[in-house]
Design a protein around this ligand. Sequence first.
Ligand code: P6P
Length: 322
Amino acid sequence: MSDNQNTLSEFLLAFLKDKPQYSGLKEVIISIGEGTKNVNQQVQQGAIVDALGTTGDTNIQGEIVQKLDKLSSDTFVNVLSKTEKVAVIGCEEIERPVIAGTSENHSYIVLMDPLDGSSNIDVAVSIGSIFGIWKRNSLENVDEATLLRPGNEQVAAVYIVYGSSTVLVTAIDKSVQGFTLDSTTNIFMHTHKDIVIPQECPYYSTNEGNFEDLEPNTKEVVLSLRNSYSLRYVGSLVADFHRNLLKGGVFLYPGDVKRPEGRLRLMYEANPLGFVVEQAGGMATTGKERILDIIPEQLHQRTPLILGNTDVIKKIVATMNN
Ligand code: P6P
């Protein structure tokens, strides 16, 4: 460890101390870090602690619930609620919003995908957790409508990738920072300072198995990407996004003839990662509009998602709309 590395808590204390508008945000992000340690422990132990496989239930999405989906959802609802800074939590795994508190101190709204990449859990491939954080207007009611805020009103976003190492990334106030969980001390250490997406773009990430279902212009985009970049596709959004953020690249889950709205969720996948990539100098779009400008209508609504290097994304958008 280099001698100038500090911890997640030390970074947040220093970065937010002169920013009263973010009062309470440090506690919210630290609670996500604490919840991550619990989820990480279950992820790393996997079959040993019977954390793999399904619960036998299906969720609001009609998807089979993995044990780790429920464990991570319960864990993060618990730690976020205990901060007494979060009024309401929206979660991919839970149909209705979780009302955690309505006092003036409960000033944040959190939307989360607690365990992203469920299909990879049982085969030890990287998975993740995603959080979008909004400031609640203190006098407003706390209900589902409270959650339906455009991504451009987020005050912060956090994601975690449980990979060859466990990395937590924060985006706050035009600053993107990465913290690696030190497995010997169980402390998040500041290892990736001032993340900016590289200019060069070596990779593209998309499910090529959907190619035949794509609209003609989108097919043209993919054919062009094939000729210019290397395909890297994990099948876990957070893992594909994190690699492209650090190394350069573009990720595409566009709409197609079968699913015009695409597969991914606006509120707790596209919005938080769109916030991160923009703060790191990248771009996030549906192919027709900026992700963060979408006015949400439903908590679990889907959206096409194309995000990564700005220059390449601009060319993709031009091709999709010519
Ligand atoms: P497909 C995982 O289930 C997920 O929600 C994202 O993490 C990932 O990018 C996508 O779905 C993969 O979908 O259709 O390629 O299997």
